[in-house]
Ligand binder design. Structure first.
Ligand code: ADP
Ligand code: MG
Length: 376
């Protein structure tokens, strides 16, 4: 191992090539025998193989991406597969394209205050990975504990309104865990096929936990889908304040990490490196919990959401249903725009959604407010 050319299978590529049947994923689509032959014997310096990265594409036939990164180098070593998958998933991102530099600049955001008659809460999250350690599908228990140690140590040095405490999952009373999940603060053990079949959920709950400030406006998830998820959230519609805290906290955490010689995985082309190629770039999901009694019942609702470049989730997040017409609306993409641009996109789109909801409340037509792309 180490050279990137070690052999991991003594058999020829065609004998080891996955048997796809009804599989509906992007790996199946782009992993020709030719590409597989080029890549299947390569091993990254951390010992990650192509087969590790494509395992979810084989063990589940339904619609998923099918690809995960086992380490930072997976994106480079296996780029003849990662690049076409990324290109398709992110609706156009060629090998010559470059994600913009980070823009954690709350002053650049305009009209960030959303009507809290409709917007119940704001949240901005991103994913980060600690350089030098393998990613969840490949990491061992010691590496997971190392992430936990390095990151909680940096968080422990935050001061003022950013000071907080770490709560490891293994020490948490079941009722406390349940309450934190119900209150939208904590992750659940992932059940999605990409995460489960990639091995990212092994050894649960070892090394997993949540760190948060006393007021729970800044929260950090440890060793869920990514090494680290950093979250700024608050009640009401003040996305500007949510973004201000997000930027300040991220800069401060990064500074504290650097003090001890640690940095996040980052590529000048792909932006921040995450486990799932769908999150690379900014890793940002900027969301509102928004109550839309009228618009959500309009048959064009899904098309409107899509045309505004938003993604819709249920009241308790991914794979849940909306309760009391309350939806989680967020930016659909993560790549090709800056952090600030994605937050601005959500703000602009949510203002438009609220205008439509108000028109419907007044018994008016929304035909003139609907984006062109949602009309056909
Ligand atoms: P992600 O993986 O992007 O963090 P999930 O869909 O797994 O998102 O949701 C995680 C939790 O965050 C869920 O409890 C969800 O309801 C909560 N959440 C998402 N957006 C908001 C928001 N704007 N306000 C309050 N809670 C939110
Ligand atoms: Mg999630």
């Amino acid at each position: 191992m180490g050279s990137g050319s070690s052999t991991c299978s003594k058999y020829p590529a065609e004998k080891n090539y996955p048997k796809y049947t009804t599989h509906d994923n992007l790996v199946r689509k782009h992993l020709t025998l030719e590409i597989y032959s080029q890549l299947y014997k390569k091993v990254t310096p951390n010992g990650v193989t192509l087969d590790k990265c494509i395992q979810p594409s084989i063990d589940f036939t339904g619609k998923i991406l099918g690809l995960v990164a086992g380490d930072e180098q997976s994106y480079e070593y296996f780029k003849s597969l990662f690049d076409p998958v990324i290109d398709e998933k992110h609706l156009g991102f060629s090998p010559a394209d470059k994600h913009p530099a980070p823009e954690l600049e709350p002053a650049h955001l305009t009209e960030g205050e959303l009507d809290d008659k409709y917007v119940k809460s704001c949240r901005i999250r991103t994913g980060r990975s600690v350089r030098g350690l393998r990613l969840p599908p490949s990491m061992d228990r010691a590496e997971r504990r190392e992430v936990e140690q390095v990151v909680t140590e940096a968080l422990g040095r935050l001061t003022g309104d950013l000071a907080g405490h770490y709560f490891p999952l293994s020490d948490m009373a079941p009722e406390d865990e349940k309450r934190l999940i119900e209150d939208h603060f904590l992750f659940q053990k992932p059940t999605g096929h990409l995460m489960v079949n990639s091995g990212a959920v092994r050894d649960w709950p070892d090394g997993r936990g949540i760190w948060h400030t006393d007021n729970k406006k800044f929260l950090v998830w440890l060793n869920e889908e990514d090494h680290v998820r950093l979250i700024s959230m608050q009640q009401g519609g003040d996305m500007k304040a949510t973004f201000e805290l997000f930027c300040r906290a991220l800069n401060e955490v990064e500074h504290q990490m650097k003090q001890k010689g640690h940095e996040w995985m980052h590529s000048s082309r792909l932006g921040y490196i995450t486990t799932c190629p769908s999150n690379i770039g900014t890793g940002i999901r900027c969301s509102v919990l928004i109550q839309l009694h009228k618009l959500s019942k309009d048959p064009r609702f899904d098309k409107i959401v899509e045309a505004l470049e938003l993604q819709k989730r249920g009241s308790a997040g991914e794979h849940t249903e909306a309760v009391d017409d309350t939806y989680d609306l967020s930016n659909a993409a993560r790549l090709k725009k800056t952090e600030c641009e994605f937050v601005q996109l959500v703000v602009n789109s949510v203002h438009k959604i609220i205008a439509m909801e108000k028109a419907l409340e007044n018994g008016e037509s929304i035909d003139d407010l609907i984006p062109e792309a949602a009309k056909e």
